[in-house]
Design a binder for this molecule. Structure first.
Ligand SMILES: Cc1cc2nc3c(=O)[nH]c(=O)nc-3n(C[C@H](O)[C@H](O)[C@H](O)COP(=O)(O)OP(=O)(O)OC[C@H]3O[C@@H](n4cnc5c(N)ncnc54)[C@H](O)[C@@H]3O)c2cc1C
Ligand SMILES: Cc1cc2nc3c(=O)[nH]c(=O)nc-3n(C[C@H](O)[C@H](O)[C@H](O)COP(=O)(O)O)c2cc1C
Length: 463
């Protein structure tokens, strides 16, 4: 076969395998690849390592952007184009000054905010008084989002504006992906293939399917509470279907009944080894007295034994990952105990090798809202928990909230961090998570908090 034809066949194979990888990404973005393996694979020297590598940068909360970035870096690498995969949390301004091409894959959270890991980059680099001069850096932006949020692709758009403001020429117009939209992902594949020096082939991409699961346990945990009713729920896959896989820190998405509803997310409160998905769900009630669509159905409308459409969603950023052996400071309120309970179960299952944990949990009334109290006592007795602070805001006027405990215990907090502890925050974004963040900044300084984020030692699952 002539050399040209051989090269074309090889190029075609690379493109095909890349498209296959992309399709697999969206369907199986929770595939269990460790971050270290991801980085190593993409950072291995490519065939033509003399050119400066294309930076493939990601800012991701639940791992989709990271996985797409990894696939792109891998495709470039396979095509002989050197690529360097890097989280925005690890990126220095200097890296941007010396590179020639950069692809950004970023998602959006909160009020159009970046994922947590990108917050130091935003503060240090994007918000710097003097904009960087990036006239030499050819950029492309893939913005992941969900158009049912008010600030659709807010961070991707802000990043795109900032890059243009810094004078960066664009390799292609920003691509926005609305809830995994296959057409937008195809455009992205096309652009990556072009940078890799290849033509591409169109292929549709499907989202993960929802599977039928059955509600097998529902327990009202806080009768008589001043707070909204809170329920412990357990689900099993329907007969013949597999449990799938998840790790502590992961989420489920549930499709409420009715066509117009988008999926709702819930933190998984159990381990795969439990054989069931446990959730801790607060029944929401609107001002007009109607119940929240999903929480009302799960806690009231759905009969025991009834089916739900559910899928497990990896939440890489909130997994234990590299923190599996570190001491853990677990901070949460209300239904935020769900994700923390999964981590404590993981710690209990791991045995004595892993570091100790400190739980700081807030609710309203000790008499009603002490969820999973027997388990917490058992973990305290067995040493899984070294310390527990339970704070009930309605019991006495001076009781306060979890952030007040942390403020009072700032010395202890610093001591745990000096022992290498990682912090996990789970529960309400407004009030709790913002209050905790303010206390951490007061105790450690903004640089100290940024350093924790960069080291992967400050993780949040807040909503
Ligand atoms: C990462 C994460 C983890 C979470 N973990 C938990 C948990 O462990 N326990 C828990 O109780 N809650 C958790 N939540 C909150 C949960 O996902 C729901 O928001 C909550 O149960 C209220 O949903 P609802 O349908 O009952 O209320 P609703 O008021 O019916 O809906 C909630 C919101 O969804 C939006 N919405 C409603 N209908 C539509 C529609 N048709 N189209 C588009 N948007 C719509 C609206 O913005 C509304 O404010 C979590 C949320 C996130 C993001
Ligand atoms: C709590 C929460 C808040 C979100 N906020 C926004 C938002 O404000 N704007 C938006 O476009 N998408 C928003 N999204 C959608 C995510 O950006 C989208 O699912 C993305 O694919 C996630 O990518 P990641 O896995 O890399 O983090 C939100 C998702 C969640 C769960």
């Amino acid at each position: 076969m002539p050399a040209d034809t051989l090269r074309e066949v090889a190029a075609g194979l690379v493109v095909l395998s890349y498209l296959g990888l992309c399709a697999a990404t969206w369907r199986h973005h929770r595939a269990r690849r460790s971050q270290a393996a991801l980085a190593n694979a993409a950072l291995a020297p490519a065939a033509a390592a003399d050119a400066p590598p294309v930076l493939v940068l990601h800012a991701s909360q639940t791992g989709t952007a990271e996985q797409l970035a990894w696939q792109a870096a891998q495709a470039l690498h396979t095509a002989g184009v050197p690529a360097r995969l890097c989280s925005l949390s690890q990126l220095r301004a200097e890296d941007l000054r010396t590179a020639e091409r950069a692809l950004f894959v970023v998602s959006t959270y909160g009020e159009g905010d970046p994922p947590d890991a990108a917050a130091p980059f935003v503060r240090r680099v994007m918000a710097a008084q003097r904009p960087l001069a990036l006239h030499h850096l050819h950029c492309g932006v893939l913005a992941l989002g969900d158009s049912s949020y008010r600030h659709y692709c807010g961070y991707g758009r802000a990043l795109d504006r900032w890059l243009r403001h810094c004078g960066a020429p664009m390799l292609f117009e920003r691509i926005e992906v609305d809830q995994g939209d296959p057409a937008a992902l195809q455009k992205w594949q096309h652009e990556v293939a072009r940078i890799a020096g290849m033509s591409d082939l169109p292929e549709g991409l499907a989202a993960d399917p929802f599977e039928p699961w059955r509600l097998v346990v529902r327990r009202h945990l806080n009768p008589g509470s001043q707070g909204g009713p809170c329920f412990h729920l357990e689900f099993k896959p329907t007969a013949g279907r597999s449990l799938g896989r998840w790790q502590s820190g992961d989420l489920v998405q549930l499709l409420p009944p009715g066509n117009a509803s988008r999926p709702r997310e819930y933190s998984i409160a159990s381990l795969h080894a439990d054989g069931r998905v446990h959730l801790l769900v607060r029944q929401q009630r609107h001002a007009d007295g109607t119940l929240g669509v999903a929480s009302g159905w799960l806690t009231d409308g759905l009969a025991l034994g009834g089916e739900v459409a559910l899928r497990v969603r990896a939440h890489r950023h909130f997994r234990l990952g590299d923190n599996a052996q570190r001491p853990l400071i677990l901070i949460g309120n209300g239904t935020g105990l769900a994700g923390l309970r999964a981590h404590l179960k993981a710690r209990a299952a791991a045995g004595t090798g892993a570091g100790p944990a400190w739980l700081v949990f807030g609710e309203r009334q000790a008499a009603h809202d002490a969820y999973y109290r027997d388990e917490i006592d058992t973990w305290l007795a067995s040493g899984v928990l070294e310390r527990v602070d339970l704070v009930y805001s309605r019991d006495t006027p001076e009781c306060g909230y979890v952030q007040d405990v942390l403020r009072e215990q700032a010395d202890l907090l610093r001591a745990w961090l000096a022992r290498g502890a990682a912090i996990y925050v789970c529960g309400s974004r407004a009030g709790m998570a913002s209050g905790v963040e303010a206390v951490l900044i007061a105790a450690l300084g903004q640089d100290g908090v940024d350093a924790l984020i960069e080291q992967g030692r400050l993780r949040r699952d807040v909503y």
